[in-house]
Ligand binder design. Sequence first.
Ligand code: PNS
Length: 192
Amino acid sequence: MKRIKAIYPGSFDPPTNGHLDLIERGSKIFDELVVAILRNPEKDPLFSVADRRKMLEAMTSDFENVSVDTFDGLTVDYALRIEARAILRGIRAISDYEYELQMALMNRKLQPGLETVFMMPAEKYSYLSSRLVREVAQLGGSIDCLVPEVVGRKLREKMDVAHKFENGEQPTEKTHSDGKGKSSRKEMKKRL
Ligand code: PNS
């Protein structure tokens, strides 16, 4: 019997409990699942690709058939390159559906042999998105139940450093996504 490899592509900036829920569900129906982080030079993410990879690796370490990778270019080209036969995407609510359907049909047009499989995360995560997690964290709200522990820690570190910049204190960690520049809450807000 053929083994089925699937990719779960996304930005994961940052990964949330909703992503983790979907990874767990995907790992049960696919023989192999590759969580694929898009390297998008046009976006200005909160977390670098390396940070997102580390967080995803830590939070999926218990799943034997799950790995983490990064890619650029077309998702279908990447899937083909690693011999995946399916693309896993999550649908939280009807509002996700139109965009996801468009993307799935475009991907099918580009690569008819590749199937998109939609799965629903647990209802308790239906309101959860990376964008909202960034916003809540940036405004000082609790993100404890929204993200895995490793992500919560990284977010708090980032907000802490941004806070120190604001108060003119000496930072202890680089916060900018490329590690080169300074960051502040204002700059982070721009990236939300
Ligand atoms: O988590 P996101 O940001 O909703 O993920 C979107 C993602 C990365 C799956 C999508 O933007 C994508 O596939 N980008 C890669 C470029 C591509 O293949 N574009 C055509 C999609 S139809």
